[in-house]
Design a protein around this ligand. Structure first.
Ligand code: BES
Ligand code: MN
Ligand code: MN
Length: 467
């Protein structure tokens, strides 16, 4: 059966490549920015768009699952669908997210973020690769199988797509934790990570966790004239700068007491495998980072620093005067958005408590500091010791003609931890993004060859799992 199915489904996918891309563009035109309240209706529209397509291709029980009653959720719906008639075959849970990051700064986009544009074999738009384009690969692989398999699939499928991955919303965690019986599966498939290099099929086997926080510092009662009061009144931004300077030293070491206590090092096998990856640090510095020098902890390679070591970053400091020219004011309050990426061993809630007490202990005189947790995610390493990994590497070998590399990712996908712990399913992160796809940045793109190779890989993988 597999022999017959695979070529037909792949031929179908090849004959429909441009239509698949055009449909993806329609989805991308919906600006489903989950963090911005003014886009809430767009987020819902994107959910409905995806649900409608799942219905059209032949999926069953398609529905939006509401999350508005869930604590720590923005109320963006989940999209669920299933097709469970392949008796005796395994069930795959396909996960993706239809929400996107904000597109700002808008003036750095060559073409507008929500007007998807094809250029040099790439599709440029917010969400092109993270994650609308990658989630669409799953949908189009399923469509290709339905269309060439008499309206059936060779395996059982459940689809769960969320709308608040990019804000760490807990709607999906609530559903997984309380309705796991509705998600019973043999494995989870996620396409929301990157390939290590062009043409190099990649499975991601670990993600960093995170805690995202805000520090609010209040000084004076109201904004003050900096000439009249400067010297006597405290300045919240100076206070924030003093706090931040004590969080991390010039060698990239985080100074929060106890922060590293539970950090688990990667295995020697993993470290050996990472050393063998084709990685050119100078090329990475120039083309991906573009800074005069790389920073971070001495004694750790760049891959270790970004995959297996925790870190701390400041994302923005809203408040005060940020217009053109000068305004001589002492702002009454200042804010800093600060996150930490965590690695296996670290527990987000514990790290947050360590951070909070430390910040409170170093708060400068004259200001009031409030520490808030915005969202968090568990670090995760998944097992590669199952036959689905082998099926995936074989599927990608047929498409790419080369062996798969195993990497970790420095980013976070909060729900993966719950898939592993709550649903207890092997989880496969088979992503087709590229390191220079500009995730979360201006001019995000998806290399369309990878969109199509991704669809073919998933078709082959599903066929092998169902055979
Ligand atoms: N797809 C990314 C995560 C990712 C990117 C993993 C590259 C591995 C390699 C995801 O959409 C993402 O950006 N997640 C956020 C989660 C956070 C807001 C809770 C992140 O990592 O910042
Ligand atoms: Mn993503
Ligand atoms: Mn993202």
């Amino acid at each position: 059966m597999a022999e017959k199915t695979v070529p037909a489904a792949i031929e179908f996918a090849r004959n429909n490549q441009q239509r698949f891309v055009e449909e993806l563009k329609d989805l991308i035109r919906i600006p489903s920015v989950s963090t911005l309240p003014e886009h809430a209706a767009d987020v819902r529209r994107a959910a409905e768009f995806v649900a409608e397509e799942l219905r059209r291709i032949g999926m069953e029980n398609v529905r939006l699952i509401e999350t508005s009653e869930v604590e720590n959720s923005l109320g963006h719906p989940l999209v669920y669908a299933d097709w469970l008639h392949a008796e005796g075959a395994p069930t795959v849970l396909c996960y993706g997210h239809y929400d996107v990051q904000p597109a700002e700064p808008l003036d750095e986009w060559i073409t507008p973020p929500f007007e998807p544009t094809q250029r040099d074999g790439n599709l440029y738009a917010r969400g092109a690769v993270d994650d609308k384009g990658q989630m669409w690969m799953h949908v189009k692989a399923l469509e290709s199988l339905f269309a060439t398999h008499g309206g059936k699939l060779p395996l059982n499928i459940r689809v769960l797509i969320e709308g608040e991955e990019e804000v760490g919303g807990e709607g999906i965690a609530w559903f997984v934790q309380n309705h796991g019986d509705q998600l019973r599966s043999d494995l989870a498939l996620i396409s929301d990570t990157e390939m290590f290099a062009p043409d190099l099929p990649t499975l991601c086997v670990g993600l960093r966790g995170m805690i995202y926080t805000e520090l609010e510092v209040r000084g004076a009662r109201i904004d003050l004239h900096s000439g009249m009061y400067g010297g006597a009144a405290p300045n919240p931004f100076v206070a924030l700068a003093q706090i931040i300077a004590k969080l991390k030293d010039e060698n990239g070491r985080i100074l929060i007491p106890g922060f590293y206590d539970k950090v688990e090092a990667p295995t020697t096998d993993e470290l050996k495998a990472w050393k063998a990856l084709p990685f050119d640090e100078e090329h990475y510095r120039q083309t991906e980072v573009g800074s005069p020098e790389l920073t971070g902890e001495p004694g750790y390679s760049v891959l270790e620093r970004t995959w297996a070591r925790p870190t701390l970053d400041v994302h923005g400091m809203p408040g005060g005067f940020i217009g053109a020219g000068g305004k001589t004011v002492i702002p009454a309050k200042g804010l800093a958005k600060i996150s930490m990426r965590l690695v296996p061993g670290q527990v987000p809630a514990e790290t947050y408590e360590q951070y909070k007490s430390y910040v409170e202990s170093i708060a400068p005189r004259g200001v009031e500091v409030t520490v808030r947790l915005i969202h968090s995610a568990e670090p995760i390493v998944v097992s590669t010791d199952n036959h689905y990994v082998k099926a995936a590497t074989e599927a990608m070998h047929e498409v790419f003609g080369t062996d798969t590399v195993f990497v970790r990712g420095g980013g976070s996908i909060p729900i993966v931890g719950d898939f592993v712990r709550e649903l207890k399913v092997p989880t496969l992160m088979m992503g087709f993004g590229l390191p220079d796809d500009n995730l979360h940045a201006p001019n995000e793109k998806f290399h369309l060859a990878n969109f199509h190779r991704g669809i073919e890989s998933i078709i082959r993988f599903f066929s092998a799992v169902g055979a």
